[in-house]
Design a protein around this ligand. Structure first.
Ligand SMILES: [Zn+2]
Length: 353
């Protein structure tokens, strides 16, 4: 019977349960989330490097030299042909149906039926409907009432602060002059940002929308009620990702918390953006979605420490709804701009598809 079933692969994939498939092959799931990592069954994998998005039914192995990827059907086909066995995509599909208990009738390929034209019965094409069955016209749709909305964007500043790029803070922090120049850093000695190193924040179009200020003096000299970092009041940081305008063509992106981490990665030619904090807003996800069309995978590299580790889990799960995501965990107290270069590359190599 199943021999002559023509399978609708899309219908099959939509119905397939990746969990059931993994369990069928004796692969244990490490967690309960929709994004899981397993030891890759397609290469000799010492630690889990095969990511599976259970919701989307896709997998991707980040193991060095492996890189297998695909959907649940590809996965089963690989499993079925692993030891040189012959199995077609179609028999793999039927295997999935068997594993997941999907009735063959539900995945049988059918000729695409043309939609009956409006006002005609499907069975009685050509005949006008009896008038009694005509639907009464509903009330006319009311036009949506316009709700005046606050502008949800940061307007370009239209001015630039006069900054001192040669300030000792930048020298002592070992910020290379090329970074100082590229990012337009400098010390501000007047106004609300007085006493701070100013970091220009640009929107996705590269327009200056705000300055972040990093206190350059001793912590005990901070003005009452102010923090180490300061953003202008009224600036909506959830609507920007620091450095986004430079990474719009990237396929792999590192997400960090802070400005200096981003600058360091940029200096190492690693595309990175900063959340300007440890949480990710849906508006920021939308920015990535809209402006980084080639983006495939992200590495979340928040500052090292227990709180950041929890934050990284949250950020990663938000991003995992759209892209491949992994977390690069730094040791306690370490930050992307302080981690030794070798460690940085090691942390990222495993995450790079
Ligand atoms: Zn693999």
């Amino acid at each position: 019977m199943s021999d002559n079933v023509r399978v609708d692969f899309d219908a099959l994939k939509a119905r397939a349960d990746f969990r059931a498939v993994l369990s069928h092959y004796g692969i244990k799931l490490p967690g309960r989330g929709m994004q899981v990592k397993i030891c890759c069954p397609f290469h000799d994998d010492a630690e889990p490097s095969c990511s599976i998005n259970l919701e989307r039914g896709i997998f991707h192995c980040f193991g060095a030299g492996c890189g297998v990827e695909g959907n649940v059907l590809d996965f089963v086909h690989r499993m079925e042909t692993q030891n040189g066995a012959a199995a077609s995509i179609r028999t793999s599909a039927l295997r999935i149906a068997e594993i997941c208990g999907i009735p063959l009738d539900d995945i049988r390929a059918q000729k695409v039926a043309r939609k009956p034209r409006e006002g005609r019965k499907a069975s009685g094409a050509g005949k006008p409907l009896p008038s009694s069955t005509k639907a009464a016209p509903g009330p006319p749709a009311r036009p949506q009432e316009a709700v005046p909305e606050e502008p949800r964007s940061n307007r370009p500043l239209g001015f630039a602060l006069k900054l001192d790029p040669g300030h000792s803070y930048l020298v002592e922090r070992n910020i290379p002059p090329s970074i100082v120049e590229r990012f337009g850093l400098g010390f501000c000695n007047r106004g609300t940002m007085a006493g701070r190193i100013c970091i220009p924040i640009r929107n996705v179009a590269g327009e200056l929308v705000a300055y972040a200020g990093r206190w350059a003096g001793r912590a005990e000299d901070l003005p009452e009620g102010e923090d180490k970092y300061k953003l202008p009041s009224g600036f909506l940081k959830t609507l920007e990702l620091f450095n986004l305008h430079r990474v719009r063509q990237c396929r792999h992106l590192v997400v960090v918390e802070g400005y200096f981490g981003t600058m360091r990665l940029d200096h190492e030619r690693i595309p990175a953006v900063a959340l300007m904090g440890s949480s990710l807003d849906e508006a920021q996800i939308a920015l990535l979605y809209e402006h980084c069309p080639s983006l495939e995978a992200l590495t979340v590299m928040l500052d090292g420490g227990e709180a950041a580790s929890k934050a990284a889990d949250v950020v990663a799960s938000q991003l995992a709804r759209h892209w491949w995501v992994r977390i690069a965990e730094l040791t306690d107290g370490e930050q992307p701009d302080t981690v030794p270069l070798d460690d940085l590359h090691r942390l990222l190599r495993r995450g790079n598809p």
